[in-house]
Design a protein around this ligand. Structure first.
Ligand SMILES: NC(=O)c1ccc[n+]([C@@H]2O[C@H](COP(=O)([O-])OP(=O)(O)OC[C@H]3O[C@@H](n4cnc5c(N)ncnc54)[C@H](O)[C@@H]3O)[C@@H](O)[C@H]2O)c1
Length: 283
């Protein structure tokens, strides 16, 4: 049985084949070649099984998003499969899963390497999506520091005094700052490397989305999480499918004029914080 006779398909590359990543891919998968990259063989197998048995054309590659060489090999592999029209990065670790250094190396530096590497292979008209977080809105980085961060190459980010002195203080700070920097990384790429390839790139900043990662956060900070959810306008958590709906829009042709920006999808948590309806210190 031949399901699909097309031999020249546009490529979707997903780094981080977890809950949100695979939900986004499913929304845009029809007729495409999918390359899944993740450090977890188990997650790759599960994602590829689900996609393949839904009729999609998926293959996998072990990728360590902490290593520049591994990410570059992933981008090269994607380019060898066809025109890379979509890149999605959801590889990440949350504050209660690990230490500040790991979070910064993965969520900040690893994402930077991925944006850099795909900035060399994206096809004209392609689009990228980095999954940041609502926490990117929780620790406002001073403007001058942001300008310094924007001007700093990915490999030197960990050496910045702001990163060493502020972000390294604890995992919460590391995560909030890394996620704000994801938004800056997409902004910078949209104006430079990705622009040169005529490709767009944006971030989505989700609020609390029920995934295995969120379960780890609930287990460690349940009360604070509950208060935050209760104070939000939506008064509930979100789902990977809701993120995927917005992700598919940002990656699609109807978003052709949208690049270098962030879409906050948090059920109103940041609105509650900014208007004094919820205080982070209460956690
Ligand atoms: N779930 C939430 O509430 C929430 C909210 C805001 C932002 N986020 C962010 O969304 C992204 C996706 O999270 P999710 O909730 O879908 O979690 P998930 O755990 O389902 O997916 C994360 C994936 O990243 C992979 N990964 C971890 N380290 C890696 C490495 N070194 N190299 C390659 N892959 C690696 C994991 O194996 C996993 O498959 C993360 O960046 C997370 O910080 C999550």
């Amino acid at each position: 049985m031949i399901f699909d006779r097309n031999d020249k398909k546009d490529v979707i590359a997903l780094l981080g084949a977890g809950s949100m990543g695979t939900a986004i891919v499913r929304r845009i998968a029809a007729g495409k070649k999918i390359l899944l990259g993740d450090i977890s063989e188990e997650n790759l197998e599960k994602a590829s099984h689900d996609l393949t048995y839904s009729g999609y054309d998926a293959e996998t590659m072990i990728v360590n998003a902490l290593e520049k060489d591994s990410i570059e090999a992933f981008a090269e592999k994607a380019a060898s499969l066809g025109d890379v029209k979509f890149f999605i990065d959801t590889a990440g670790a949350s504050p209660h899963q690990t230490n500040p250094e790991h979070i910064l190396n993965l969520d900040m530096v690893g994402t930077g390497y991925a944006v850099d590497a795909f900035g060399k292979v994206m096809a004209k008209g392609g689009a990228g999506l980095i999954v940041s977080s609502q926490t990117g809105y929780m620790y406002p980085i001073p403007y001058e520091e942001e300008q310094t961060i924007l001007a700093t190459p990915t490999e030197e980010l960990m050496d910045l005094p702001f990163i060493k002195e502020v972000a390294m203080q604890n995992s919460g700070f590391a995560y909030m700052i890394a996620k704000r920097i994801n938004q800056l990384q997409a902004m910078k790429a949209a104006a430079t490397t990705w622009k040169e390839r005529r490709a767009r790139i944006n971030t989505i900043s989700p609020g609390v989305i029920v995934t295995p990662l969120a379960y780890d956060e609930f287990a460690a900070a349940g009360d604070g999480y509950q208060q935050m959810i209760d104070a939000s306008a939506a008064e509930r958590t979100g789902s990977s499918d809701e993120i995927a709906e917005a992700g598919a829009f940002l990656l699609g042709e109807h978003a052709g004029f949208i690049t270098g920006t962030d879409l906050l999808i948090d059920g109103g948590v940041i609105a509650a914080i900014r208007t004094g309806k919820y205080s982070l210190q209460a956690e």
